[in-house]
Design a protein around this ligand. Structure first.
Ligand code: MN
Length: 196
């Protein structure tokens, strides 16, 4: 079995694909550098940042979402690696299932890391740029505590997600409230919930 298959073991163990419409796999994107931020109304609302690397989407759950203010360092809890097809997932995860609730593709685009992202992950400081429809420029993910668990899924790791200095910095903007909609369907979480 492939390396990506092994990395997705935790993801698959948490889900019953007979019940949830979430993807279980997927092929690498043409460029290998897709990022997505999904808005997810699970038990607690949060934004899931996912970065494509080596056949999976590395994932962090960020309760407050991104800010263009460099002083707003947002808690980002590392979660299990997700399959590549997850970058296109929008829908309702059934109540009672893992992560049950509505999810939209809040932003998506390409990410680039100036150095070696694997070394930066080990070091606990990922420095990268995001070019999406809403989110732009330089960003940081900085590990504050916790280390990779035995199967390398980073269970329980706390990181901080924050804006790096560049021309996109703007403390006056309230990005998550200005632009609540999906970049794929134009729908908000509330629209999706009303659709059933
Ligand atoms: Mn989530």
């Amino acid at each position: 079995m492939s390396d990506a298959h092994d990395k997705l073991r935790t993801y698959r163990e948490k889900r019953d694909f007979g019940r949830t419409a979430e993807p279980s796999g997927g092929a690498p994107s043409e460029t290998g550098d897709v990022f997505v931020i999904q808005k997810h109304a699970a038990r607690r609302l949060h934004y899931d940042l996912r970065l494509e690397l080596d056949g999976v989407m590395l994932s962090w759950a960020i309760p407050k979402g991104p800010s263009f203010d460099t002083k707003q360092r947002r808690l980002a809890v590392r979660t299990e690696d997700h399959p590549l097809d997850y970058a296109g997932f929008e829908g309702i995860i059934p109540k009672g299932e893992y992560g049950g609730g509505a999810m939209i593709v809040w932003d998506r685009g390409r990410w680039t890391c100036a150095g070696d992202p694997r070394a930066q992950l080990d070091e606990g400081h990922l420095r990268f740029t995001l070019e999406g429809e809403k989110v732009h420029g330089r960003w940081h993910l900085l590990r504050t505590k916790g280390f990779d668990d035995a199967d390398g899924n980073g269970k329980g790791e706390s990181w901080l997600f924050f804006k790096g200095k560049d021309e996109h910095v703007d403390p006056s903007r309230d990005l998550v409230n200005e632009r609540p909609e999906s970049i794929v369907s134009g729908k908000t979480i509330e629209d999706l919930q009303a659709d059933g």
